[in-house]
Design a binder for this molecule. Structure first.
Ligand SMILES: C[S@@+](CC[C@H](N)C(=O)[O-])C[C@H]1O[C@@H](n2cnc3c(N)ncnc32)[C@H](O)[C@@H]1O
Length: 274
């Protein structure tokens, strides 16, 4: 596996940022609401066994455990696993089935024992295609026949949106990062600023779906998670108004499969069936 330098850089990045609070801020709330919607759209009823590989601090894992699912959290960042265990302890009637340090390319589960695998992180942090295929084949190995995988990708154009909406265009240090992202999809942050994220691969939509197919999955759907709504001006004001929030979600849903807009989203979701 050729991703070991990146794993060190990823560990360094997540020691500098608080992943456990990310989804509660700004347009990450849209990412979370849409991701939850896309998970529930296809998930079998509880109880079923779910592996959340790259589950971070447990936001989705604990949410699913609270609904009665048997959820196993795996993440290479020890801080995240500790945060996941602490969040699990806050819901003693519905704790996680397990929370362990590990890598999505080598899961501890036996063959054909899971109903669902979430890969909401590994497919963009594994910068080599061969490592992403190892990860997807590993998900396929642990799934029962008919089981589902959710693979999140970051769009090839995400840095362009951030340049516009957050003003990164003004930083000359960001210019070469943006240029390489657009050219190769290989995101590297040499500035040391946690604002500019860490080692990642940014997919074009058909690259993400193509990797699921190459790993032997049938493609259930490929959708934009946030769509162009992540560029909404005054996002917090919209989001905090329940009626406006529903409008935002309805618009994101309305264009989620529009081929000409798929890349115009910070995140993509490819859902596959074994
Ligand atoms: C931005 S966080 C996302 C966390 C959560 N899944 C979510 O969607 O909010 C990306 C996560 O992927 C994890 N990750 C990176 N490389 C991984 C790998 N090879 N195997 C498993 N997880 C990995 C990171 O440690 C981090 O917790």
């Amino acid at each position: 596996m050729r991703n070991d330098d990146s794993i060190q850089e990823i560990l360094r990045h997540y020691s500098d940022v608080d992943e456990s609070s990310r989804l509660a801020t700004g347009w990450f709330q849209l990412e979370q609401a849409r991701t939850q919607e896309l998970i529930l759209r296809h998930l079998p009823p509880a109880p079923a066994t779910i592996i959340d590989a790259g589950g971070g601090a447990g936001a989705y894992a604990c949410w699913l455990a609270a609904m009665g699912y048997q959820v196993h959290l795996i993440d290479p960042v020890p801080k995240h696993v500790e945060q996941g265990r602490a969040a699990s302890a806050q819901q003693p009637n519905h704790p996680l089935a397990s929370a362990e340090v590990g890598d999505a390319r080598s899961l501890p589960q036996s063959d054909a024992t899971a109903d669902a695998v979430l890969l909401l992180g590994p497919l963009y942090h594994l910068v080599e295609r061969e490592d992403r295929l190892v990860c997807l084949r590993e998900a396929r190995r642990v799934l029962r026949p008919g089981g589902l995988v959710w693979g999140a990708g970051i769009s090839r154009f995400a840095s362009l949106f951030d340049s516009s909406s957050h003003g990164f265009f003004a930083d000359h240090e960001f210019a070469p990062i943006l240029a390489r992202d657009l050219e190769e999809g290989q995101h590297r942050n040499s500035t040391g600023s946690p604002l500019y994220f860490t080692d990642a691969f940014f997919h074009k939509p058909d690259e993400l779906s193509g990797e699921l197919l190459a790993a032997g999955f049938q493609l259930v759907e490929l959708v934009a998670i946030e769509g162009p709504c992540c560029l909404a001006r005054d996002f917090d004001r919209w989001w905090n108004d329940p009626a406006q929030r529903e409008r935002l979600l309805a618009i994101a849903r309305r264009v989620e499969q529009e081929p000409s807009l798929l890349g115009a989203s910070s995140h993509l979701m490819a859902i596959g069936r074994k």
